[in-house]
Design a protein around this ligand. Structure first.
Ligand SMILES: Cc1cc2nc3c(=O)[nH]c(=O)nc-3n(C[C@H](O)[C@H](O)[C@H](O)COP(=O)(O)OP(=O)(O)OC[C@H]3O[C@@H](n4cnc5c(N)ncnc54)[C@H](O)[C@@H]3O)c2cc1C
Length: 412
């Protein structure tokens, strides 16, 4: 089933397809399987090598020249003002052509929208172009050793000294910290204020700024994320977005900015993964085993549900409706699905799953990586339990979970 989004969307799709065909440099699609991102069955080094290639650089230059990086941003902020549907069509066409959609990570999806919503015109003028050009690459400094799901409980301190803010404390599980030159940090600037007030949102330079950043090694052997110790890290007050003690509102914009840009392509990588799973069952001589066939049927059904979920979200966006708790449903669904697929794959591999391939460092086979990396999927961007709470309370209208303070009779 495909979705008819009307003649305007069809025209846009054709234009986009033509643009990609005219501008994608030869050899780009062959560099690596761009539809299988690292973290989920991807080879980190293969992706890194492909991104460093001159062919990829040329693609990036062409995208930049035609404002096809952050194209969903309004024109006055350097984008093309694309609607969510146009944005989704572009992602889909890139995926179908096998070329990468070049994104600016946390800067594009989180910092940019927050600066647009809460920054002053001067802040917008300063920070937004630097995200598009990749002069500023951000990582997210919300989680702390004792405060993950409960972001509002952060204890990193920010003290105003003259026209600067001085930050001390610790952040942890910071994805992409090694690539970033900027970290967006939540810090407590008024400890006397109630929990969600007295927090500020700061865009903090990371280099030569009294910050010790250390990698944290993961189950997969990679060290994609890290921890940072701030001992008087400084930023001009100009880097505080939304005003002092008003960071909670900005953080909510940041966290709420997971929209439907990828909805219609999310299932594509799972379709490929499913085909590989069937191959694995064949290679193991288990494809006639009724239990294995049932597991494969389960996986296929789930991939199809993800495809339909994507189409539903796209139809919703085409009608001009914003996605609500659907984002939580989708996140819960794909993350739990991927964990189960990893388990099915290692069951199929049997004892072989316990043996890593030969090679330098810590090489993993494709399925070992899916099995190990997928554990993280049900934790980051809101754990499965938190997603279930959101679905229960906001989608199903069930009574709110009692908060600890309420249980003691104290208002939350
Ligand atoms: C791969 C990866 C990348 C990450 N990247 C970043 C990053 O870039 N920046 C960043 O700031 N953070 C990042 N995180 C951290 C992530 O946001 C937190 O791990 C997550 O929010 C959970 O917090 P926690 O680990 O402190 O667990 P806790 O919040 O302590 O939760 C522990 C357990 O209790 C459950 N729980 C907590 N509260 C409730 C509740 N109200 N109801 C029911 N159950 C509950 C949780 O579901 C979980 O099972 C990353 C994590 C991972 C795994």
């Amino acid at each position: 089933m495909e979705l008819d989004l009307g003649p305007e969307a069809a025209r846009f799709r054709q234009e986009t397809r033509d643009w990609i065909a005219a501008n994608a440099p030869d050899g780009l699609a062959e560099l690596v399987d761009w539809n299988t991102p690292p973290m989920t069955a991807g080879d980190h080094s293969a992706h890194a090598r492909a991104q460093a290639s001159p062919v990829h650089t040329e693609w990036e230059v062409r995208l930049l020249a035609d404002r096809m990086i952050c194209p969903q941003w309004p024109e006055r902020f350097g984008g093309r003002g694309w609607t969510l549907v146009q944005n989704a069509i572009f992602s889909e066409e890139c995926a179908l052509a096998g070329v990468p959609r070049v994104r600016r990570g946390f800067g594009e999806g989180m910092v940019g929208p927050s600066v647009m919503a809460h920054g002053t015109p001067e802040q917008q003028q300063h920070f937004l172009p630097r995200i598009i050009s990749a002069e500023d690459v951000y990582c997210q400094g919300f989680s702390e050793p004792d405060h993950g799901s409960d972001v509002g409980a952060i204890s990193t301190r920010g003290v105003v000294e003259g026209d600067e803010i001085v930050i001390s404390g610790q952040k942890v599980w910071t994805s992409g910290f090694a690539r970033a030159n900027m970290i967006f940090v939540l810090c407590r600037t008024d400890p006397a204020a109630p929990k969600h007030r007295g927090i500020s949102y700061v865009l903090l330079p990371m280099k030569d700024n009294n910050i010790v950043a250390r990698p944290l090694r993961q189950l997969t052997g990679g060290a994609e994320f890290g921890e940072e110790f701030f001992d008087g890290a400084r930023a001009p007050l100009f880097h505080v977005i939304g005003g002092l003690n008003n960071g909670w509102r900005v953080a909510m914009t940041t966290l709420g900015h997971e929209r439907g840009g990828n909805a219609t392509v999310a299932h594509l990588k799972y379709q490929r993964q499913f085909a590989a799973l069937v191959e694995l069952a064949r290679a193991a001589g288990r494809d006639r085993d009724p239990v294995v066939r049932q597991q494969l049927a389960w996986a296929h059904t789930h991939v199809e549900i993800m495809r339909f979920q994507g189409l539903r979200l796209l139809a919703q966006l085409a009608e001009g409706r914003e996605p609500g708790p659907e984002a939580s449903i989708a996140k819960l669904f794909w993350s739990e699905y991927e964990r189960r697929v990893g388990e099915i794959a290692v069951e199929l591999l049997g004892p072989d799953a316990l043996v890593r391939p030969d090679g330098e460092g810590y090489p993993l086979s494709r399925w070992q990586e899916v099995f190990l990396a997928s554990r993280a999927g049900t934790i980051y961007s809101g754990t499965s339990e938190i997603q279930r709470n959101i679905i229960a309370e906001r989608a199903l209208g069930l009574p709110r979970e009692p908060r600890p303070a309420e249980a003691k009779g104290v208002p939350a």
